[in-house]
Structure formats: structure tokens, C-alpha cells
Design a protein. Structure first.
Length: 267
């Protein structure tokens, strides 16, 4: 059986100086998982459906992977890493497009960058005990989304650095190609959003947006979808009387303005 141990505290600090802390439910789950044998833990961790009661949250899996550096062998790390790596790759853009008949070079680049950066952070953590992975133990999906946004933005810059953004002269909408490349960079998912200082700057930046962009950001924060196949669902497109594509164009412009306004924040 795994020895009963005290859960290792996180060491990364917020801009306010406060230590990052795990969700109490995560802490409780870690205590439960620490009492299991390694084989039982691996069996639980292999459950991929989140609604399964035996599902091990990625935050917990991240904890055990980081703690494995105390082992004398790499075997335990490799068993855990194989499972977490599959989760990471499932969360990234798929390689295939057009019915799986072709491959998206942009998606391939994003997958390579995100996974490569994730492995790099793990390697750094195993060699020096870095705090850069602490947020993955607090909010794994949000931390991974941050890596994905960075990779998407880099891919977009590389593909479009020598070309002007193309807009429809009549509607003012981004071309389909640019829209796909730009993607959605939702700053509400940034790891720093939990910092009061960062949030206050973020709120102030939203107040400087044009009225329509501000309304779209506010509705997104309320969980209202841009569009929906369900005719009874309230959507931003319906509420503002705009096409889905127009809403996404305004959203991308708003995110670009917010990123520029917050570019001086700590990462």
C-alpha cells in the first residue's frame, strides 16, 4: 500500500503574495488515493470518463507524477505519465480535417508545441522541483488551455506575419481562413484570472472596449453560447441580431485588445 503521507503543499505565489492552494475536494481525493496500492491507483487513473465515480481528476494525477521524482526508478513515473499524456493529447486539436482525408499543419503544429511544452515543464520539475506546474494541480484544464492558446497564437503569427488580415468589404467580417487561424483566446480561462490584481486590470480593460465588443464579452462570461443548433437556446447571435461569424469576429477583436492591454502582466 502507498504510505500515508502529508499532502505536499504548493509553493507558487499569486501576484498578491498568497500561495496557490488546491481545491478542498482535490485535497480530500488525494488523501483517499494515497491509501491505495499503486496498481489500484493505475487502474483508477485509467478510467477516462469524467462522470465515472472512479475517475481520478487530472489535478490528482499531476500530484502523483510530480511526487514520483522521489522514487529510485522511472517505472512509476512512466506508468502515470502514459495515462496523463493520453489525456493531454485528447484535449488538443485533432490532426485530421476534411473528413480525416487530410492533415491540418496548423493543428499538427499546435499539438507538437503544447505537448512539447508540457513535457518540458515536467522535465524541469523532475530535475529542479520547479513551481511552474503548481497551477496544473489547481486547475489542470485551465493550465492546459493556457498552453494551447499560446501555441495557437504562435501558429497564427507564423502563418499570417507577412499577410494583412482579410476582411469582407461588405460585412467587415474576418475571412474564414483567418477566423480558423485566429481561433478563440478566452482570457477568462487564463491561470492568472484568480488573482485579484490581474482580475481588476482585466475588468478595467473590458471597460475600454467598444460597446458591442463589451456586451459580447459580458455575455460570454455569463455562459451564453455564441450560437446553438437548438432553436430554443438563448445565444449571443440571437440576442444581438448578428450572424455567428460576425459575433466571432467581434469576439476575436475584443480578445486581441484585451491581450494587448494585459501584455505587461506576469505569466
Amino acid at each position: 500500500m502507498l504510505e500515508s503521507i502529508q499532502i505536499r503543499p504548493l509553493t507558487k505565489r499569486r501576484l498578491t503574495g498568497e500561495l496557490y492552494t488546491r481545491d478542498p475536494k482535490t485535497e480530500a481525493r488525494l488523501c483517499e488515493l494515497c491509501a491505495m496500492s499503486r496498481d489500484e491507483l493505475i487502474e483508477r487513473a485509467s478510467v477516462s470518463r469524467r462522470n465515472d465515480p472512479n475517475y481520478v481528476p487530472s489535478e490528482c494525477l499531476m500530484y502523483f507524477i510530480r511526487n514520483s521524482r522521489e522514487d529510485n526508478t522511472e517505472a512509476w513515473f512512466e506508468r502515470l505519465f502514459r495515462i496523463l499524456a493520453e489525456r493531454v493529447l485528447r484535449a488538443l486539436p485533432r490532426e485530421g480535417v476534411s473528413g480525416g482525408k487530410t492533415a491540418s499543419l496548423t493543428n499538427l503544429a499546435i499539438r507538437d508545441r503544447v505537448f512539447g511544452r508540457f513535457v518540458e515543464l515536467l522535465s524541469l520539475d523532475r530535475t529542479s522541483g520547479s513551481d511552474k506546474l503548481d497551477y496544473f494541480e489547481v486547475r489542470f484544464d485551465g493550465a492546459l488551455a493556457s498552453l494551447r492558446r499560446d501555441a495557437q497564437e504562435q501558429a497564427w503569427r507564423e502563418e499570417n506575419r507577412s499577410a494583412a488580415l482579410e476582411y469582407d468589404t461588405e460585412t467587415g467580417e474576418l475571412s474564414e481562413e483567418v477566423e480558423r487561424a485566429a481561433g478563440s483566446f478566452d482570457l477568462t480561462e487564463a491561470p492568472e484570472i484568480d488573482d485579484p490584481d490581474y482580475r481588476s486590470r482585466w475588468e478595467a480593460a473590458i471597460d475600454t472596449l467598444p460597446k458591442e465588443q463589451m456586451r459580447i464579452i459580458q455575455m460570454l462570461r455569463e455562459g451564453i453560447p455564441i450560437d446553438s443548433k437548438d432553436p430554443d437556446t438563448v445565444t449571443i447571435a440571437k440576442a444581438l441580431g448578428k450572424s455567428e461569424k460576425t459575433i466571432r469576429t467581434h469576439r476575436n477583436k475584443a480578445f486581441a485588445a484585451l491581450r494587448e492591454a494585459l501584455s505587461g502582466d506576469d505569466q
